[in-house]
Write a protein that binds this ligand. Structure first.
Ligand code: GAR
Length: 199
């Protein structure tokens, strides 16, 4: 199975996925890393791992559709079976999602459906929750609202700061995302309406 990982940031989840692939915990090939941010650290990680890179800068395209079409054409060339969003901070169009229906995973740093959006850690921390943690879900047209694959609850400690909580969440992400990806690869995720059964 061929995987594409989409990133916009530091790429620690990408690194966890690369490491899991190397250890044989993910039985697939990361064929390409797609990024919309030219100087993000995720691209350096991809280069170090010898993975092909596709840089897509929005300014170089006339429309969002053209932007997405360009990515899709590249994914087709690489025969990509699964798209893994790992800190990719751009919304995909409905047409794009339809082309890879039920074949796009995302990780969000809060227990969905709470604290959707781009600041899941900060929003949960300032709200004062006692439990939070990452969610892996299938991507649908509604942001952060697709069927949930796995969640990893973390207790918020009395002495936590946003930063220490963030570290704990990232550490969990690096375990739960490779696990979810391998479940997908093994064909063990069965979507039934809003629910994902692990078979
Ligand atoms: C991760 O914490 C991920 O959950 C979050 O971006 C971070 C990327 O970190 N994603 C979102 O907030 C999506 N709404 P990384 O670049 O180090 O993997």
């Amino acid at each position: 199975m061929n995987i594409a990982v989409f990133c916009s940031g530091s790429g620690t989840n990408l690194q966890a996925i690369i490491d899991a692939e190397k250890r044989g915990h993910i039985k697939a090939v990361i064929k390409i890393v797609v990024s919309d941010v030219p100087d993000c650290y995720a691209l350096i990680r991809a280069k170090k791992a010898g993975i092909k890179i596709l840089l897509v800068e929005k300014g170089n395209f006339k429309s969002k559709d053209e932007f997405d079409r360009y990515i899709l054409d590249n994914l087709k060339n690489e025969k990509i079976d699964l798209i893994v969003l790992a800190g990719y901070m751009r919304l995909l169009t409905g047409a794009f999602i339809n082309e890879y229906k039920n074949k796009i995973l995302n990780i969000h740093p809060a227990l969905l459906p709470s604290f959707k959006g781009t600041h899941g850690i900060r929003d949960a921390f300032s709200y004062g929750v006692k439990v939070t943690g990452p969610t892996v879900h299938f991507v649908t047209e509604d942001m952060d609202a697709g069927p949930i694959v796995l969640q990893a609850p973390i207790m918020v400690r009395e002495d936590d700061t946003e930063s220490t909580l963030g570290e704990a969440i990232h550490a969990e992400e690096h375990k739960v995302y490779p696990r979810a990806i391998q479940l997908f690869i093994e064909g063990r995720l069965k979507i039934e309406g809003r629910k994902v059964k692990i078979i």
